[in-house]
Design a protein around this ligand. Structure first.
Ligand code: PMV
Length: 335
């Protein structure tokens, strides 16, 4: 059977990094997707073809522990290939059945720029592979398997990116014990965001470890920053539900300051975050793990084009983005 599945990338509106310490987060899917096609084979081999990951200038490095690393124009990123391999292994264990398959991956967004592409790759692979081998998984199972994939490949990961890529929409995510809960939020229809990205020097894993080390060094200080981010996310949910964009923007600014305090912002990201405010954004912050990568601005509709110009002025790449799009879906399935 041949199946094509797709899953969206994401922006974090509030709460990245603190979400690793089980604080709530608000996250939105975007209208850029990863496409994974999976065709079962008659033997036990798996082939993976990466057709278009929008990562020009690739250098491939193998490390002793089996990790495969690409160096690209967006910096050093873990290859999508590691996630596909792990997603297939976990899905076949879960289903209790393994079949060889030919997989092809394509992306409509830059991979490794902090838009949750590793999660989207994992989610789309679980969905495509399970369907191709004859199973209909529940969304919650897809989200859990993709989350385990990220944890196994990266060592540490919250359920945030894999949940939003599975369920789509705009989501308030909470965690209890080793599980997660999502609540879909109805956001103001006049809410517009602009995303910009710059070269990323570090992987998500590096940035999560950086915060971990900082927390070990200054436990009380860093824990109070993490707690404050958690409290801010609760406020942000109220602001969004009320449709108070000014308040929601101010909370983004505070969130950015706290992320900077955690040590995950960079001068390039800070420059973008501040210039868009000068150009009239309600608020702005880095989005994702930081260390370069993506930022997000909450803006009025009439300001969208000015904000894109502001991002370009500082050599960031603006990405026209709609938020709250559909989660994982099967695009095509044929015998
Ligand atoms: O930069 P991204 O898209 O990999 O986002 C990472 C988000 C973190 O909160 C920093 C890590 C996580 O697992 O939630």
């Amino acid at each position: 059977m041949k199946v094509l599945a797709s899953a969206p990338g994401k922006v974090t509106l509030y709460g990245e990094h603190a979400v690793v310490y089980k604080k709530p987060a608000i996250v939105a899917s975007i209208d850029k997707r990863i496409y994974v096609s999976c065709k079962t084979r008659d033997d036990n081999s798996v082939t993976i073809r990466a057709l278009n990951l929008q990562v020009p200038g690739v250098i491939l490095t193998y490390s002793q522990d089996g990790e495969i690393i690409f160096e690209t124009d967006y910096g050093r990123v873990l290859s999508a290939v590691s996630y596909i391999k792990e997603a297939i292994s976990l899905t076949s264990q879960f289903l209790g059945s393994f079949k060889g398959a030919d997989l092809t991956i394509e992306s409509s967004m830059p991979v490794g720029a902090g838009l949750g592409t590793s999660a989207a790759v994992s989610v789309a692979t679980v969905a495509a592979y399970s369907k191709a081998v004859g199973y209909e998984l529940e969304l919650k199972d897809i989200a859990r398997l993709a989350w385990s994939t990220e944890k196994n490949v990266q060592g540490i990961a919250s359920p945030m990116d894999t949940s939003i890529s599975t369920f789509g929409g705009i989501v308030y995510l909470t965690q209890e014990n080793d599980d997660f809960n999502i609540e879909h939020l109805d956001i103001p229809s006049d809410m517009n965001v602009v995303v910009g990205y710059v070269k990323r020097q570090f992987k998500t894993k590096d940035m999560v470890e950086l915060v971990k080390r900082y927390r070990e060094k200054y436990p009380d200080l860093i824990d109070s920053v993490i707690d404050t981010i958690g409290n801010l996310v609760v406020e942000a949910k109220k602001a969004l539900l009320k449709g108070d964009l000014k308040y929601a923007g101010e909370l983004m600014n505070i969130n950015h300051g706290l992320l900077d305090a955690l040590g995950v912002s960079t001068k390039e990201l800070n420059d973008l975050v501040y210039i868009v405010r000068a150009f009239g954004a309600y608020g702005s912050k880095l989005s994702g793990a930081g260390g370069g990568g993506s930022m997000i601005a909450l803006v009025d509709k009439e300001k969208v084009s000015d904000i894109k110009t502001a991002i370009s002025i500082l050599n960031g790449t603006p990405l026209p983005t709609k938020i709250g799009c559909e989660g994982v879906r099967i695009e095509k399935a044929e015998e």
